[in-house]
Design a protein around this ligand. Sequence first.
Ligand SMILES: NC(=O)c1ccc[n+]([C@@H]2O[C@H](COP(=O)([O-])OP(=O)(O)OC[C@H]3O[C@@H](n4cnc5c(N)ncnc54)[C@H](O)[C@@H]3O)[C@@H](O)[C@H]2O)c1
Length: 363
Amino acid sequence: MPRLYDSCKRILVTGGAGFLGSHLVDRLLKQGHEVLCVDNLFTGTKRNIEHLHGHARFEFMRHDVTFPLFVEVDEIYNLACPASPIHYQHDPVQTTKTSVHGAINMLGLAKRLKCRILQASTSEVYGDPAVHPQTEDYWGHVNPIGPRSCYDEGKRCAETLFFDYHHQLGLEIKVARIFNTYGPRMHPADGRVVSNFIVQALKNAPITLYGDGEQTRSFCYVDDLIDGLIRLMDSPAAFTGPVNLGNPGEFTMRELADLVLAETGSASPIVTLPLPQDDPRQRQPDISLAKARLGWAPRIALREGLKPTADYFRTLLAGNVAAEGGRSRKRRAKIDSFRLIAESTGRANLALSHGESELKRQK
Ligand SMILES: NC(=O)c1ccc[n+]([C@@H]2O[C@H](COP(=O)([O-])OP(=O)(O)OC[C@H]3O[C@@H](n4cnc5c(N)ncnc54)[C@H](O)[C@@H]3O)[C@@H](O)[C@H]2O)c1
C-alpha cells in the first residue's frame, strides 16, 4: 500500500544491486521512500537497477560493507553478501568478512543513527537440519569447517552480533531467516537449482540432478519474500525475530526438474551426479511465527512463479549472446574462477553458466 508523503523515509539497502536487493529497492521506491543502494557489485549488477537511473528518489553508491559507511538514513536493510555456494566459496575469507565486518559496520551505523536495522539471514543457519520442518527455536546442525561454513557460520555470527547490539545497546533489530527464493534477476551463473535448471532447459542442455534427486527444497517467489521483509521491518519494535520467511511447499529436485521442463517446453534430458559435500537432504520452513506476528504467508505457487522467472532468463540469454563477447579479461577470469570452485566442489556442471558456455562457444 502506498505511504503518505509525510511518512516517506530515507532507506539504506546494502546489496541493493543483487537479486533480492533490487526487488526490495523497487518496492520501497514504489511506497514513496528515498532509497540509497549500497553495493560493491561482486555478484550484483548495474543491470538490476538500470531502470532506476535518473529516478529522483534513488541513489547508488559503490561501496564494500566490510569498510565503515557514513551516511544519514532512517532505516537499514542489510542484504549485502554473496548468497549462492559458487559465489560465496569464490573467496571464503571475504564472505565471512562481509557477514561479520559488514554486520559490525552496519550495526555501528544504526547505533549512531539510532535507527532500525534488518538483517537478511538465512535458512543455512540451520545447516543440515535434524529437525523438520525448521522452527526458529531450532539451533541448527552446522559444520564449522566445511566448504559452506564461511556462509553458514558468517551468517550465524551476524545474528549473534545483531542480538548483542539489541540486548547490550537497545538497538531496534529485525532478523529474517530467508529460505530459497527465486525469480527474475537471479544470477544466471549462481548454480542455484532454479536458475540452473531453467538455464539448462532453455539451452536444451542436460538437467543435472544431484544424488537420487529425492532431496527436497521449498521455493519462495521473490515478490512474496519482499512483502515479508517489509512487514518485518514495519512490525512493532518488540518483535525482533529471528523469523523464518519462505514457502513451506516442499518439492523434490526431480519434481522441480519436471516443472521446469513443462514450463520451458524443453527437450533436455535429466542426468544424475554425486551429491556435493554438506548438501542438506531436506529444507522446509515452519512459518507459523511469520503468520502469527506479521500476518504473512506466501501467495504465489511454484508453477506460477516459474513463468516470469523463465521469461526473464529467456530474455537474458537472447540478449547476452552479443554482450558476452565484449566481456573484459577480468570478468572472464572471474567466470573461470567460479568454474574452478564448481569443479572442486563436485558441481562442475553448475559452472556451465550462460556466460561461460558462451565464452567457450566463441573460443
Ligand atoms: N536468494 C535467496 O534464496 C536467499 C536465501 C537466504 C538468504 N539470502 C540472503 O539475502 C541476501 C541477498 O541475497 P541475493 O539472493 O539477492 O544474493 P545476490 O548475490 O544477488 O545479492 C547480494 C548482493 O550483495 C552484494 N555484495 C556482496 N558482498 C558485498 C560487500 N562486501 N559489500 C557490498 N555489497 C556486497 C553483491 O554484489 C550483491 O549485489 C544475502 O544476504 C543472502 O545471504 C538469500
